[in-house]
Design a protein. Structure first.
Length: 304
């Protein structure tokens, strides 16, 4: 990763593409995996393996391990963002479609604006950012309304999953902002490796505490789950997560968070294509509205 103050626009575009499209596809990979692997165990294996791979790569490149104080702060942010934030996605996709999960996560940019206190002076005075976020969230509501999760007599686990995942999105934004402003030493790739390793250890411990290990039948695991895990480790974590951490260091958190508006587009389409999740005309219209919100937010940032 380059360290110059003005990184190339090509690299920035490539990093945003990884967030927009790769992370959109991870929702389908997760729903395939949780069909055979318990959610916390699945998440723990993903983060721990990805963290160790990235840590080994960083050491081979000669990157130093940060001091203990920085490791502690990095680990805290990793647990909040990944174990709690992304881990909630693994849990809720036992009960709700992958596309709907991505739609709920699309509220992340709103939480960025509300929680990033240092940027309030700009965010709350820029009508285009607020307008773009509101338009994007209106599209999310349109998509969500089509799912009828809160219909009378509906599945209570779906309702619980909604609030669990909503809390997870808040934790993701909180951990990301903490990671951005905390006094932390170390290269971005090394910090990402420590975050993922810490999140992996925490998730595996949580898996053991909740009894997932005791009820796991390893003999029933198929190659579909193995491929889903490998994809999440190598592409969804190592490649895309490195891009996310780096972008946080060169772009405002609220702008980086706009990936959550595009992810539902990819997730809903792939969910329909691969696992036969329903896709209606209302959902298609809502996706266009969401993309409009993304464009407005990005244009406002470019003007500044």
């Amino acid at each position: 990763m380059p360290t110059e103050k003005e990184p190339s626009k090509t690299l920035i575009i490539a990093a945003f593409a990884a967030l927009y499209f790769v992370w959109g596809s991870t929702y389908v990979a997760i729903i395939i995996g949780v069909g055979e692997l318990p959610p916390f165990l699945f998440a723990g294996l993903r983060f721990f393996l990805a963290g160790m791979i990235l840590f080994g790569f960083c050491r081979l490149k000669g990157q130093k391990v940060p001091p203990y104080s920085s490791i502690t702060r990095i680990s805290i942010s990793g647990i909040i963002m990944l174990s709690i934030g992304t881990g909630s996605v693994f849990w809720v996709e036992q009960y709700i479609p992958s596309g709907l999960s991505a739609i709920i996560v699309a509220t992340v940019p709103l939480w960025f604006v509300l929680m990033d206190k240092r940027q309030w002076g700009f965010h709350l005075r820029n009508k285009w950012i607020i307008f773009g976020l509101l338009i994007g969230f209106a599209g999310v509501l349109m998509l969500f309304a089509d799912k009828k999760v809160f219909s009378i007599g509906g599945d209570q686990l779906q309702i619980i999953s909604f609030f669990v995942l909503l809390a997870g999105t808040m934790c993701w934004a909180m951990g990301s902002i903490y990671s951005k402003y905390a006094k932390i030493e170390g290269a971005p790739a090394m910090r990402a490796a420590i975050q993922m390793t810490a999140a992996g250890v925490f998730s595996l411990l949580l898996s053991g505490i909740t009894g997932e290990w005791a009820h796991m039948d390893w003999g029933k695991i198929t190659y579909h789950s193995v491929l889903a895990l490998l994809y999440l480790v190598l592409i969804g974590s190592v490649v895309a997560y490195m891009a996310y951490i780096w972008l946080l260091s060169v772009r405002p958190a609220s702008q980086v968070g706009t990936y959550a508006y595009v992810n539902p587009v990819v997730a809903v389409f792939l969910g329909w294509f691969f696992v036969k999740e329903p896709l209606s005309l209302q959902q298609g219209i809502a996706l266009v509205v969401i993309l409009t919100g993304v464009i407005l937010v990005n244009l406002a940032k470019e003007r500044k």
